[in-house]
Design a protein around this ligand. Structure first.
Ligand code: A2P
Length: 263
């Protein structure tokens, strides 16, 4: 981590990047140093980016690593003409990104009332905050069952999530904490795979209830949702039809939502 001397860069940290992985033509992930004293709650996001023309170009990114980790992980889409991602996708080992170390967000335990099952609904890179939440021991202290769903267009786009689940199974201390509480449901919508369809359809036609042992119910279930605006709207509608009340950091509820930011 470097000392910031430039006035334009005050308030941001420079963080060395490692472990860059290109998952598909459209997605990649990377790790970076965690600034000393930087604390966040699993599920939160921070502003990260690059220095362009002497100024920080920042976008909101969910932190994909859990709060106990020494490093920070981010999972990003690549947009050809996106001001930041068109540049960020060319990161190389040892390059530096900038981060404003002020994490915020609603996909956190503090915004949910106690419950028995935790549903984490995501599409595309919306899985990023849940990569953090499912590696946080607090999640398994608070819930008996944790169900992570990710829906993508193509099979290859599910690789990040599959690898994440495998990495939990072989982790030094997580398997003991997670036990058999975590269920991963990965579906595609535009390419044939073992499990197909939007999760909103799975909920409405009972496929999800069949897979996890009962329909969504505000008595026992809590929900976090992350994806596109259209996806958030449809999932929110489903929750509200069933009597779920939206929560926030100041007023915890039955479900919380956050846009998968970068475009
Ligand atoms: P579909 O292929 O049927 O549009 P995108 O890349 O457009 O953000 O989509 C990512 C995934 O989210 C796709 O599998 C897409 O399905 C799905 N999706 C898009 N809109 C919704 C929605 N309103 N509700 C649930 N899933 C959605």
């Amino acid at each position: 981590m470097n000392q910031i001397v430039d006035k334009a860069l005050r308030g941001v940290a420079l963080l060395k990047v490692s472990n860059i992985r290109h998952w598909t033509d459209r997605t990649f992930s990377f790790d970076c140093e965690r600034p000393q004293g930087f604390r966040f709650r699993s599920g939160e996001f921070a502003m990260i980016g690059l220095i362009v023309d002497g100024k920080p170009l920042l976008r909101a990114y969910s932190i994909a690593s859990p709060s106990w980790d020494d490093e920070l992980e981010f999972y990003s889409i690549k947009v050809e003409d996106g001001p930041l991602t068109s540049r960020l996708q060319h990161l190389k080992e040892g390059d530096e990104i900038v981060m404003r170390p002020k994490p915020v967000g609603t996909l956190v335990h503090d915004a949910l009332l106690p419950g028995k099952r935790l549903f984490l609904f995501s599409t595309g890179t919306g899985i990023a905050p849940f990569a953090s939440v499912i590696r946080d021991p607090e999640t398994y202290e608070k819930f008996d069952q944790v169900i992570l769903t990710q829906t993508c267009r193509d099979v290859k786009e599910l690789d990040y999530g599959k690898h994440l689940i495998e990495s939990i199974k072989t982790h030094e201390f997580l398997p003991e904490i997670v036990g058999d509480k975590l269920t991963h449901i990965a579906t595609t919508t535009r390419e044939d795979s073992e499990q197909m369809g939007r999760m909103t359809d799975w909920i409405r036609d009972g496929r999800l209830a069949g897979a996890v042992g009962g329909d969504l119910n505000p008595e026992s279930d809590r929900v976090m949702i992350c994806g596109s605006m259209a996806m958030l709207k449809d999932h929110k509608e489903i929750c509200e039809e069933r009597g779920f009340v939206e929560g926030s950091n100041s007023e915890p509820g039955h479900f919380v939502i956050e846009k998968a930011f970068v475009d």
